[in-house]
Design a protein around this ligand. Sequence first.
Ligand code: FAD
Length: 387
Amino acid sequence: MEFGFGVEDAAFRGEVRGWLSSRLVEFGGEGAVSFAQRRAWERELGRGGWIGLGWGRGGFGNRVASLTQQVVWAEEYAAARAPGRCGHIGENLLAPTLLMHGSGAQQERFLPGIARGEELWCQGYSEPGAGSDLASVRTAAVRGDDGRWRVSGQKVWTSLAHEADWCFVLARTEAGARRHRGLSFLLVPMDQPGAIEVRPIRQLTGECEFNEVFFDGALAADVVGDVGGGWAVAMGLLGVERGVSTLAQQVGFAEELRRVVGAAVRSGAVEDSVVAGECVRLWAELRVMRWNALRMLGGGQVGGASSVSKLLWGRWHQRLGELAVRVLGPAGGVGPSDWSARAPYRLREEQRLFLFSRADTIYGGADEIQRTIIAERVLGLPREAMP
Ligand SMILES: Cc1cc2nc3c(=O)[nH]c(=O)nc-3n(C[C@H](O)[C@H](O)[C@H](O)COP(=O)(O)OP(=O)(O)OC[C@H]3O[C@@H](n4cnc5c(N)ncnc54)[C@H](O)[C@@H]3O)c2cc1C
């Protein structure tokens, strides 16, 4: 696929840069990290129409942007060091899923709230006994006499559940059905005291980004796709998570790499040929990942593409984290003086990158699972025995 920036993209870049620089000043610039500020920032993005640029169609309060303009937006966003997005799950995972599998009414109901930055979503897939083996979910939904679904069970590692307004839940709606049969994709409002309890999980960084979520007869507002056909919907969403939604993420990676290389040059760490070699390898590999993501966005799907993408970017990002702390030298270590009562460790940006990237080969489907998908579905190797 041909990719280059044109005159219109340059004008768009000017508009984006101007908007970000004026708004970020109002929102406290790079320091805007509290959740309340991130939430307010999400609404500000919504007012600007910047959420949902890649949905492919407008009408929900979102602008429609070409592929190159989406890249421009991601580049400028990363360069401006704008706040981490708390609306990512709604904008980049649920919205494309609703556009693929949802009814017109569901799109009309849910996409505007995401586009305005007002309704935050979380992803209710993993359970204590169902992570890699997602088809083992035991959370169940039962339809009452009033025709409404009530959800009971436990989810875990649910990112941002403590802040989210809604959760999309993969639950078993046919008692006795096995594995990927009899599952449904339900949309559940989180504000249900007594029926939903969220317990934060504290991480090594001291933060609580993810949670356990307990459902006890919680009412679902809707079902996406067919009742009992939730597996296809859930897998469509995971394909987006592992593949096409990662272009903006890779633009962020490019900015991180630029900073790590800059730090290596300033500190003299690049005189170590191992460091210099890794800088070059990471740059080259990122180019290949970018071309691959663009090709997928352009519709050039090949078997296993999203698994290939996930395998490549997960490990790539971990290596960038390793390089970042290596460049810091002894300052890369975390010692007793970094300890504070508020959070176990005060982390530098590079240390945070190193630690958080440990998760990159796990969430969205662990590396081993991506390799199994490629082995079985692309290479035709013997299938793994399942319980
Ligand atoms: C930062 C982060 C955010 C997350 N956010 C969410 C979220 O918002 N919502 C949500 O639902 N989930 C979320 N998760 C959970 C994530 O999807 C799971 O951690 C992941 O699917 C792995 O499941 P598990 O943790 O149960 O590990 P397990 O499935 O128990 O796997 C443990 C290890 O065994 C390996 N393994 C398992 N089965 C096989 C096999 N058949 N062959 C070879 N190796 C195997 C795995 O690869 C892994 O290395 C998040 C996870 C992280 C790290």
